[in-house]
Design a protein around this ligand. Structure first.
Ligand code: NAP
Length: 342
């Protein structure tokens, strides 16, 4: 096979890094974008010391045209992973929506100009499962987040708007380009460094004592290795298997209490600070008046929001790593990197 080159945007990220790793192991050549080469190039080179020219690193920001033409050069495929995913909720939703939407459209535009034939967008379960009230508890690739509902969080808006914008743009401007999205729930699994994705912060906070009681909330969980694998297979599968698809990546829904129990069972030696008591709902509501993190949690109290990821495994042909294993591997890697002490 002649070497194929793929652009992975956001090579410094949790998912982007794992995807680059799997692509290089499968023989792909990879271009990647970072916001600052000065900050990130040596970290990336140290992670893949043998990649040589098979890994090329370009500076490009979602909010500027600079660097995107160079980053796409020689690529037949794009995995557009980069998007803002901060821990804090911004006061102005546009801080997330604008880079998510503009960045996606910019990535698509430059990909088309470079002759890219397949584009895989990292969307999210955030574009599937929100704004439907508490009565609907099971979601799949056919569902869309309802942006007309009140109090849809800025990050959720940003991912929904970006996926819709991408699909509309492709239909109108590049119908010949093969396009699909990957829609993960909360991503866990081994970390490579101390620059933690927001999803991993959840496990860190359960382990480091910053959550004294467990709020009555839950979330879908999937392993970062499976999210990267979904992207890889979506890049490699025949066009008729992937074109237009949405691939939800979700192993199972877990309550926070289940996650805490898994940590106590599987990594007891590092679970001394993992909370055992439940936080009453009224306390979460009071704390939400004062603490930004609690504001996000408040709207999720008691909500079962399960995203069925079986369409993805059936279509692309693999099995998910069990969520309990992902939680254990997250915890052990946080300890191995010295992020959780003792
Ligand atoms: P992450 O580790 O925080 O990575 C985010 C990446 O996006 C980083 O490489 C970051 O670059 C880049 N980025 C952010 N703003 C940018 C900008 N203005 N210009 C250029 N690059 C920018 O998060 P992640 O978990 O890997 O998330 C990656 C993707 O997966 C995102 O699209 C996210 O929405 C999606 N996702 C994540 C989860 C999850 O639970 N982790 C679930 C569903 C979907 P810097 O290093 O320069 O900041």
């Amino acid at each position: 096979m002649t070497e194929q080159r793929v652009l992975v945007t956001g090579g410094t990220g949790y998912i982007g890094g794992e995807l680059i790793d799997q692509l290089l192991k499968k023989g792909w050549a990879v271009n990647t974008t970072v916001r600052s080469k000065a900050k990130s190039e040596s970290r990336l080179r140290n992670r893949w010391p043998d990649a040589g020219d098979r890994l090329q690193i370009f500076e490009a920001d979602l909010m500027s045209d600079s660097g995107w033409a160079e980053a796409n050069q020689g690529c037949t495929h794009v995995a557009h992973v980069a998007s803002p995913f901060p821990m804090a909720v911004p006061s102005n939703a546009d801080e997330l929506i604008v880079p998510a939407r503009e960045g996606t459209l910019r990535a698509l535009r430059f990909a088309k100009d470079a002759g890219v034939t397949r584009f895989v967008q990292t969307s999210s379960a955030a574009a599937i499962a929100y704004g439907h009230g508490g009565a609907k508890t099971l979601f799949d690739q056919n569902d869309w987040t309802n942006l007309d509902a009140p109090n849809v969080a800025p990050y959720i808006q940003s991912k929904t708007v970006a996926e819709r914008a991408a699909r509309d743009w492709v239909l109108e401007n590049a119908p010949e380009m093969e396009f699909c999205s990957v829609n993960p729930v909360a991503v866990l699994g081994p970390v490579e460094n101390d620059d933690l994705s927001t999803s991993v912060e959840m496990i860190k906070m359960l382990m480091d004592g910053s959550v004294p009681l467990i709020p009555n909330m839950g979330i879908g969980v999937v392993d970062v290795r499976d999210v990267a694998k979904t992207h890889l297979l979506a890049l490699e599968a025949p066009a008729e298997t992937v074109n237009g698809e949405r691939f939800p990546a979700s192993q199972s829904f877990l309550w926070m209490a289940d996650m805490a129990a898994t940590l106590r069972q599987r990594v007891p030696e590092h679970a001394k600070k993992v909370p055992t008591g439940n936080m009453p709902d009224f306390l979460v509501k009071i704390l939400a008046l004062f603490m930004a993190e609690m504001k996000q949690v408040k709207g999720e109290l008691g909500n079962l929001r399960d995203v069925d990821g079986s369409h993805t495994t059936k279509t692309l042909g693999f099995d998910y790593i069990p969520a309990e294993q992902s939680i254990e591997d997250t915890a052990r890697s946080l300890v191995a990197h010295g992020i959780i002490k003792g």
